[in-house]
Design a protein around this ligand. Structure first.
Ligand code: GRF
Length: 204
């Protein structure tokens, strides 16, 4: 069998995309990025793809106004690039049910909190405002909800008394960059089994 083919979806900076690129280059992740897709034409993630000569596409939401049209266009791209696994890395649009259904248990997301705490936007600021002592990040399968799918891996990060949202975010991001390639590698090795809400990780 060939290498696991990834589509990475990103709306912005793309540091998680970079971590995946670097993990592949380092031989820690046995996969290839078939395509990087963004809903923002000026996303730094597209720039990173260009630099590493990875196929990349800007899919402009303004060109798909009909209900579900954007998701159908996404799925068509995934098929065109023969994608095995879709990786959301700072992708700021909620994926519609058509796309989720078409690639059930083949879409991953990373979220900067210990889910189910603090889903949605500004998770790090939410954690600070709530006053938790620990936060972290979560890699999970994507279902129809917002940050609700079965959890694959989590990493815990302490919250410091003098943290601002930015300093906490930076501490969490370091863990994201370690955790995401690791979760993708588990998928590549065929070791993830979804049983209801739970994900079983098979021994090697
Ligand atoms: C990360 O914090 C990720 O957890 C969240 O969005 C941010 C994306 O950062 N979903 P980057 O674009 O990968 O640098």
């Amino acid at each position: 069998m060939g290498k696991l083919r990834l589509a990475v979806l990103a709306s912005g900076r793309g540091s998680n995309l970079q971590a995946i690129i670097d993990a592949i280059a380092a031989g820690e992740l046995d996969a290839e990025i078939a395509v990087v897709i963004s809903d923002k034409g000026d996303a730094q993630a597209l720039e990173r793809a260009r630099k590493h000569q990875i196929p990349h596409r800007f899919l402009d939401p303004r060109e798909y106004s009909a209900a579900g049209a954007y998701d159908r266009a996404l799925v068509a791209l995934w098929q065109e690039y023969q994608v095995d696994l879709v990786v959301l890395a700072g992708y700021m649009r909620l994926l519609g049910s058509e796309a989720v259904r078409a690639y059930r248990n083949r879409i991953l997301n990373i979220h900067p909190s210990l889910l189910p705490a603090f889903p949605g936007l500004n998770a790090q600021a939410q954690a600070l405002a709530y006053g938790v002592r620990y936060s972290g990040c979560t890699v999970h399968f994507v279902d129809e909800g917002m940050d609700t799918g079965p959890i694959i891996l989590q990493a815990v990060v302490p919250v410091k008394d003098d943290d601002a949202a930015e300093t906490l975010a930076a501490r969490i991001l370091e863990e994201e960059h370690r955790l995401y390639p690791q979760a993708i590698q588990l998928f590549a090795e065929g070791r993830l089994e979804v049983v209801g809400r739970r994900v079983r990780i098979r021994e090697k």
